[in-house]
Design a protein around this ligand. Sequence first.
Ligand code: HEC
Length: 146
Amino acid sequence: MRTVVLIIVALIIAFFLYQAFSNQTIEKEVAQAQKPIHPETIAAYQNNCASCHGVNLQGQEGWQNTLDEDGHRLAPPLNGTGHTWHHSPEYLFQVIKYGFPSFDPNYEGKMLGNDSLSEDEVWQLITYIRQEWPVQIQDVYNSRYE
Ligand code: HEC
């Protein structure tokens, strides 16, 4: 009799644990699906960024230790393999819209900003870039900034 009760209790506990974990997965999937990326955002990336940062956000070959023919730094990857995810959303906004000259007037490199994009378009680009990062990095980033 005791064994039967123990088995039933164990089954009940297992059932609730299963429920808790499966609910978590569902919530997470919903959270990630909440922000759809519009085709216009991908087009904006391809038209304004891909020539330097690559069609897949992979950056330029040798970006860590090589300079281009003008002596400027190469474009880093935006896909989570570089530093991008170490910066706050506000910093990324500033860099993308107004470029490095907005931090340093003497800046002579290639990231000059994209003032022709609207604020909304820049935020959409940031959402797109963030969703290209590995899920673990997205989780760390979300816990820092949201
Ligand atoms: C003409 C080439 C060029 C274009 C076009 C360009 N970038 Fe960049 N970007 C760079 C370079 C080079 C850097 C590194 C700056 C440096 O070190 O001088 C950079 C840096 C950045 C950074 C900071 C990355 C980090 O890891 O700290 C972000 C974010 C970024 N670019 C996003 C974009 C986005 C989004 C677009 C399009 C809207 C874009 N860039 C267009 C060349 C470019």
